[in-house]
Design a protein around this ligand. Sequence first.
Ligand code: PMP
Ligand code: GLN
Length: 384
Amino acid sequence: LNRRLAEFGTTIFAEMSALALSTGAINLGQGFPDTDGPEEVREAAVRALRDGLGNQYPPGPGVPELRTAIAAHQQRRYGLSFDPDTEVLVTAGATEAIAASLLALVEPGDEVIAFEPYYDSYAACIAMAGGRRVPVTLRPDDGRFRLDLDELRDAVTDRTRLLLINTPHNPTGTVLTRAELAAIAELAVERDLLVVTDEVYEHLVFDDAEHVPLATFPGMRERTVTIGSAGKTFSFTGWKVGWVTAAPELVTAVRSAKQYLTYVSAGPFQYAVAEALALPESYFTAFRDDMLAKRNLLAAGLEEAGFRVFRPSGTYFVTTDIRPLGETDGFAFCRGLPERAGVVAIPNAVFYDHREEGAPFVRFAFCKRTGVLEEAVKRLRTAL
Ligand code: PMP
Ligand code: GLN
């Protein structure tokens, strides 16, 4: 393994899912739903397969039906107009969109600012691109992990090429407010930075929080690469259909990298996701309401089990603090939890450069059936 990748080892998600399998514990670690997405969308994939739609290499930018559906979704929800031919690119999940964006836009030695804790592929992809990651730590403040805008401003140097933003934020569940996003946008314009924004949880926003795409702010449309994914919104994480929307030059750049990573990705699923994006609003509302009920169930149960809970405004993760349980090391806690309580969780420390900042935080996923969450909560309350 080369030096760029040596520090990364095996992703925590694979490690923890393997631990769940070997111990038979309930897996609230890796974020994937235990119920598949809508039947009619699955049927659409079957139809595409049968009708020979996408069984051979689809077009490099993605099938036109899906690109049109992505553009229509951005227009309908956010009033953002993207030309399906030049400003939309279909990728093999958001994971490839992140990799291709960083490989395309970062020069060796460039600094990339990302929030800490960060989704683990960010660090590895910045490294593969030869960039230097500059973490800005989100810290607990009034029940929420908050971005310190002064720290963000101070992190920008003459070497900064790009801000890598994630809202709703995995793992903390923070949804950046309109004011925070406006400040980020102003900074990007003032310092002439590119922005890659991972908005895969755009439909999972709760309570008073609102998802506002960074691309909607003044001066951002032309400098922002926005990333979305069908995995999260439609509960098909195994299909690996993601996308990028951006100005033509940026999409062309990302596509230059993408074409040598996967070239294209599974055709029939692209046709099915095109239909999914056109589902009526009631689908998106029901999906969110279902996840909200699950959030409430898990958050209350974790509190009763003795955790300090950071009630997330978005995503399908709850971050907790284990110190009220008399624990301080999230790694040790998560490694022991399957034996001790029959539940798997993720130590947030893996998402930090400053591991000590993340040491006491542990993430639980609530994208699981109600009965599974209830059983997990029961086990935790009994064992801890
Ligand atoms: N970004 C974030 C913040 C995620 O949480 C995930 C999935 N867990 C991804 C990207 C990857 O998405 P996909 O499965 O579409 O590759
Ligand atoms: N995004 C999922 C999570 O945060 C995991 C995806 C993966 O395993 N790469 O849990």
